[in-house]
Design a protein around this ligand. Structure first.
Ligand code: PEP
Ligand code: MG
Length: 572
């Protein structure tokens, strides 16, 4: 039966392929007393055998498709599975305590995990993670549920999941993933940002796709209008194939602007830069004619692994980005972990409100060794291009001053070790907390630049979790409060002769662009795939004309009024 589900358009384009459910099963264990010990041990043996066969397959596949590095983890899992020191105590528990296999496995594994995690030894802590993963797999077999294996996908698919975490995406073979759809999330959640950087269509925040879609269903992801069509009719299929090809034509038109500078119709240049998460994303920036990198989210270097990246690893990544950008500006943001981005190996305490918690610069100022390692790697890489550094989540002047003075200390250390770095490195900050937008005039005296992070600025100003689709109606980029804050930041920067950019998703929003151009924003940083449509739009707008609307816009009272004003008076 054909079903249509509405969601949030998170990445443009149309994708048509079969569904692959990446849904993590419920592995809750019920403790039971059993009568037949032999058959319970037999059940355990069968589940272990099946897990072993599965892991062998995944390992071989990962070896071929993803390289030995990624395959190593599965080899480690196989070792755990054949370790008598783990399996023996599980069987003993079944025998001595007459426990069902699920509970015996769970209790034994928990005991080892806790023991290893408490050891002050990195190697043992990694083993704890291995045991956790392996236990999940065996438990799934015992419970008769399926653990999805995204690394095994070998045909074109659309990923259907509750939410796509960074570790899920790290396992995906990008070649085969044609689109995403998720139950939760909004335009600025990790899965949406990921889809845009992979340049594949995505619809998020649908609430029900994982309920409605089965593995193998034919799915259309309409990332233009935010719709999912399950098992489309012949007619719908033809209509969407048509829409897909029209969109491809439009992209071909935009592509002609690739090598042009971005100028408004009255000849004013603004910079269109891109947001990236990994050095590999630079290719997309260049292919889409990016004039720089306005936000390099370095946290991805720290994710999907089991320990902190070394200075050398980081240096190599930053150098690669700077070199590939060939002297174009690259704004690197220091580690912004926390919120929706976790680092299990840091073992930070669970928080009631992670978005308001111990994250980003707050964590870095506390964990200074980690912060200093990153800064050293950045400074050393600076001589290979045009590096600018910015700090995330700055709420107070003291935080900015402290972060900057740590950076200056690391500079001095490098100098005394005769390690070279660039003479001129601009140091700026993200403005993504209302407190810093409100005193932007004070910050402007001390920073070299601002980059407005509207993804967070909107969530904190409106007190609406950016991940929560229940309150997505409050997530309003055009809300007059946001416009006023953005304007304050730009004016404060200009008053001190500094530049102001924006790296939140609002910078690539076609309704926001005329407003921001009129407010005098100097740099717009967005998903690479939004650059050419933005360039095409700006080419047709007069900056001077747009700026005449500023006072009117700032006096409007609702987001709706702002959107209509832009449509009727600015884009006419
Ligand atoms: C922002 O908050 O606008 C931003 C660009 O950072 P992130 O989306 O990584 O929080
Ligand atoms: Mg942010």
């Amino acid at each position: 039966m054909t079903v249509t589900i509405k969601g949030i358009a998170a990445s443009s384009g149309i994708a048509i392929a079969k569904a692959f459910r990446l849904v993590h099963p419920n592995l809750t264990v019920e403790k039971q007393t059993i009568a037949d010990i032999d058959s319970e041990i037999q059940r355990l043996n069968v589940a272990i055998d099946k897990s072993q066969q599965e892991l062998e397959l995944i390992k071989d596949h990962a070896n071929k498709e993803l390289g030995e590095d990624k395959a190593a983890i599965f080899a480690a899992h196989l070792l755990v599975l054949s370790d008598p020191e783990l399996i023996g105590p599980i069987k003993e528990k079944i025998t001595n305590e007459k426990l069902n296999a699920e509970a015996a496995l769970d209790e034994t594994a928990q005991m080892f995990i806790t023991m290893f995690e408490q050891m002050d030894n990195e190697y043992m802590q990694e083993r704890a993670a291995d045991i956790r993963d392996v236990t999940k797999r065996v438990l799934a077999h015992l419970l008769g549920v399926i653990i999805p294996n995204p690394s095994m996908v070998m045909e074109e698919v659309i990923i259907v999941s509750e939410d796509l975490t960074p570790s899920d995406t790290a396992q995906l073979n990008r070649q085969y993933v044609k689109g995403f759809t998720t139950d939760i999330g909004g335009r600025t959640s990790h899965s949406a940002i990921m889809a845009r950087s992979m340049e594949i269509p995505a619809v998020v925040g649908t609430k029900t796709v994982t309920e409605e879609i089965q593995n193998g269903d034919l799915i259309i992801v309409d990332g233009l209008d935010g719709q999912i069509i399950i098992n489309p009719t012949e007619q719908q299929l033809t209509a969407y194939q048509q829409k897909q090809s029209e969109y491809a034509d439009k992209r071909a038109e935009w592509a002609k602007l690739k090598n042009e500078a971005t100028s408004s119709s009255d000849g004013i240049h603004v910079e269109l830069a891109a947001n990236i998460g990994t050095p590999d994303d630079v290719q997309g920036v260049l292919e889409n004619g990016g004039e720089g990198v306005g936000l390099y989210r370095t946290e991805f270097l720290y994710m999907g692994r089991d320990k902190l990246p070394t200075e050398e690893e980081q240096f190599a990544a930053y150098k690669k980005v700077l070199e590939r950008m060939e002297g174009k500006p690259v704004v690197v943001r220091t580690l912004d972990i926390g919120g929706d981005k976790e680092l299990p190996y840091l073992q930070l305490p669970k928080e009631m409100n992670p978005f308001l918690g111990f994250r980003a610069i707050r964590l870095c100022l506390e964990e200074q060794e980690m912060f200093r390692t990153q800064l050293r790697a950045l400074l050393r890489a600076s001589q290979f291009g045009n590096l600018k550094i910015m700090f995330p989540m700055i709420a107070t002047l003291e935080e900015f001053r402290q972060a900057k003075s740590i950076l200056l200390e690391e500079k001095e250390k490098l100098q005394s070790e005769a390690i070279p770095f660039a003479d001129q490195i601009e140091i700026g900050m993200m403005v993504e907390i209302p407190s810093s937008a409100l005193i932007a005039d004070q910050f402007a005296k001390e920073v070299d630049f601002f980059s407005i992070g509207t993804n967070d600025l909107i969530q904190y100003t409106m007190a609406a979790d950016r991940m929560n689709e229940q309150v997505s109606y409050l997530y309003q980029p055009y809300h007059p409060s946001i416009l006023r804050l953005v304007n304050m930041v730009i004016e404060a920067a200009h008053k001190e002769g500094k530049w102001a950019g924006m790296c939140g998703e609002m910078a690539g929003d076609t309704t926001a662009i005329p407003i921001l151009l009129g407010f005098g924003l100097d740099e717009f940083s967005m998903s690479a795939s939004s650059i050419l449509p933005a360039r095409s739009l700006i080419k047709d707008l007069s900056k001077q004309e747009m700026s005449k609307h500023k006072e009117n816009l700032l006096m409007l009272s609702t987001a709706e009024e702002v959107a209509s004003y832009v449509k009727d008076k600015m884009l006419k």
